[in-house]
Design a protein around this ligand. Structure first.
Ligand code: AMP
Ligand code: ZN
Length: 113
């Protein structure tokens, strides 16, 4: 997607701090962290939001949870964590490329994300 900031990050056209990357997925540091650990876990495929998910995306989506688990296993500061997806403008989504916020290190309410 031409005008998608996260697609540009995935294509390494915009710099970001990449925490993890494989062929389907990328994890970056949120540029405006709301907790000591604030990652964005996203599929490389441009999917706008949860409303746009199709059956073919099932493996990628379950992979997002496994990546959260892997990150947690490797970092004791992320032993416990919160996952948040804003899906749609009225739910607070501002970047329309599906992503999951992974927050740890501080209790935070979902409405603050
Ligand atoms: P959402 O409101 O759920 O769409 O979340 C978008 C998130 O992307 C926000 O937490 C922003 O701080 C974050 N964000 C926006 N631009 C960048 C960027 N260039 N690099 C990293 N995170 C970003
Ligand atoms: Zn995109």
């Amino acid at each position: 997607m031409q005008d998608c900031i996260f697609c540009k990050i995935i294509d390494h056209k915009i710099p970001s701090t990449i925490v993890f990357e494989n062929k389907d997925m990328i994890v970056i540091n949120d540029i405006a962290p709301k907790a000591p650990i604030h990652y964005l876990i996203m599929p490389k495929k441009h999917i706008k939001d949860v409303q746009s998910i199709t059956k073919e995306d099932a493996d990628v989506l379950s992979g997002m949870f496994y990546i959260a688990q892997e990150i947690s296993k490797k970092n004791e500061k992320a032993a416990d964590f919160k996952l948040v997806i804003n899906s749609g403008y009225n739910a607070g989504q501002r970047v329309f490329h599906l992503h999951m916020h992974m927050l740890a290190g501080k209790m935070i309410s979902a409405s603050e994300i």
